[in-house]
Design a protein around this ligand. Structure first.
Ligand code: 13P
Ligand code: 13P
Ligand code: MG
Ligand code: MG
Length: 372
């Protein structure tokens, strides 16, 4: 059984201007690094570098499996190089997501976000990469639930004999680091009870039920790193990536994209402290400017051929998403009018690691106990 691994490792290592986008040179530095230190040396088979907002994203294919320290170091060293350039040009928040000075074997917990998937390459294997800016890992809860569990979204759940058995979801409590597996459709309500609490629970992975090895059943992997939880203070956000496999026993590409057509509300807009609609955009429009947003998601469609990344197709670069984007703009307008009020501003718990507690500390001594 020949196993293929796709590793998406991303980081915000500096941006232009404020938190909007990256410089083309930053993409070039990372491409050159992955070509010279990765592909030429036989460490990786192929790679693709892109950005979503101020987050620099890498996609790498290789046969070294998940959590491989050589692959993680390859990405880490690339981000260090790009951060050095960003610092030299005094780009904004240069080195933001590199929480430690030295690499310690795995990028997890060190700042960058990671989604990795190991699978048996099929006769034809469409692999989709989704990357977000100005939001958090749980932004994928609603779309991925719809894609893999909601027959009103995914026709295949009803009409494809290879999908009708449903999918299993692994859900992570991002604070307690507890994982639970729930099967759909049997445990759909329990699953929704968790996934709806986006401030605490995030989908980690999804796979088909069955007796085959996991590498044949794996359907989706999501990056669940929560930066402020790792650093214990606000250090920018955990703009996530996800890998999804489509077609032939999995949802079709169109069914996967259909999951992103609500423009659902997510946390992470402006200072990581506001809720706004997640707008699906083409790569060209992955530049969140209004109030540093609204939050964006881009989709890249690849065909993996013996590890070669054929593509990408810019998946949301289609007029059929115009109405979703229009709705997102209307919702963004409406939400913005709430100014500093919840639910536009996130709840107190979600602000725990921001600078708000410092503001509240100042008035604490003036608070008196009353019988109200
Ligand atoms: P084709 O017949 O074009 O392969 O499409 C199959 C399908 O189900 C797309 O959703
Ligand atoms: P990033 O996490 O994308 O750097 O955004 C920071 C922010 O909150 C901008 O308003
Ligand atoms: Mg930033
Ligand atoms: Mg970002």
């Amino acid at each position: 059984m020949s196993l293929m691994t796709v590793s998406c490792i991303k980081a915000d290592v500096g941006s232009l201007s404020g938190h909007i986008t990256v410089l083309p040179e930053m993409i070039e530095i990372m491409e050159k690094h992955l070509e010279k230190e990765g592909k030429k040396k036989g460490l990786i088979i192929d790679y693709h570098v892109f950005h979503c907002g101020d987050d620099l994203e890498t996609v790498m294919t290789h046969r070294k499996g998940k959590d491989n320290s050589k692959i993680h170091k390859l990405a880490w060293d690339g981000f260090v190089k790009v951060a050095k350039y960003a610092k030299k040009r005094k780009l904004y928040a240069a080195g933001q997501d590199l929480l430690s000075d030295a690499f310690s074997g795995n990028v997890k917990g060190q700042g960058p976000g990671v989604a990795e998937m190991t699978f048996v390459e099929r006769k034809s294997d469409p692999v989709l990469i989704f990357a977000c800016d100005k939001t958090e890992p749980a932004a994928f809860n609603l779309p991925l639930f719809r894609v893999f569990a909601d027959p009103f979204n995914t026709a295949g759940l009803v009409i494809d004999p290879k999908m009708i058995q449903g999918f299993s979801f692994e859900v992570l409590d991002v604070y307690k680091h507890l994982m639970v597996k729930l099967d759909c459709p049997e445990e759909m309500y329990e699953l929704l009870a968790l996934l709806g609490t986006t401030s605490t629970y995030a989908i980690k992975r999804i796979y088909k039920k069955g007796a085959e090895p996991l590498e044949e059943r794996i359907a989706a992997e999501v990056c669940t790193e929560k930066l402020n939880v790792q650093a214990g203070r606000y250090v920018g956000k955990d703009d996530p990536v996800a890998i999804v496999r489509a077609q032939s026993g999995f949802p079709s590409v169109g069914e996967v994209l259909e999951g992103f057509t609500l423009g659902h509300l997510v946390s992470g807009w402006m200072r990581g402290s506001h809720k706004g609609p997640l707008m699906p955009v083409s790569l060209k429009y992955a530049t969140p400017t209004r109030f540093d947003g609204p939050p964006r998601v881009v989709g890249l469609g690849f065909q993996v051929c013996d590890g070669e990344l054929i593509g990408p197709k810019d998946l949301f670069d289609d007029v059929s998403f115009d109405e979703v984007r229009k709705r997102c703009n209307r919702v963004a307008d409406y939400m913005r009018r709430h100014g500093p009020f919840e639910p536009h501003r996130v709840s107190e718990k979600e602000l725990e690691y921001t600078t708000l507690p410092e503001v509240l500390k100042k008035i604490e001594p003036r608070c008196k106990k009353v019988n109200e």
